[in-house]
Design a protein around this ligand. Structure first.
Ligand SMILES: [Zn+2]
Ligand SMILES: [Zn+2]
Length: 72
């Protein structure tokens, strides 16, 4: 499990949705190695493309909700 690249904010967001970091990472990268962006989006160029560096990532919010609904 390699979750180091995830930012603190991303971790807080994941946990706030009732997921564990491991659950979130494994959902996007089945080998357990996070290769997405620091902000928590599985697209490694999210910051600067999906949103500005100063803005919070809305992708992770959507993805966390989706992950929860998929498990329900
Ligand atoms: Zn994104
Ligand atoms: Zn992002």
């Amino acid at each position: 499990m390699t979750t180091d690249p995830l930012s603190r904010e991303a971790r807080i967001m994941i946990l706030a949705h009732g997921l564990t970091i491991a659950e979130y990472v494994l959902r996007h990268f089945p080998d357990g190695r996070w290769q997405g962006d620091r902000c928590g989006c599985p697209d490694d160029r999210c910051t600067g493309h999906h949103h500005d560096a100063n803005d919070r990532c809305s992708c992770i919010e959507v993805l966390a909700v989706e992950a929860l609904e998929a498990d329900a």
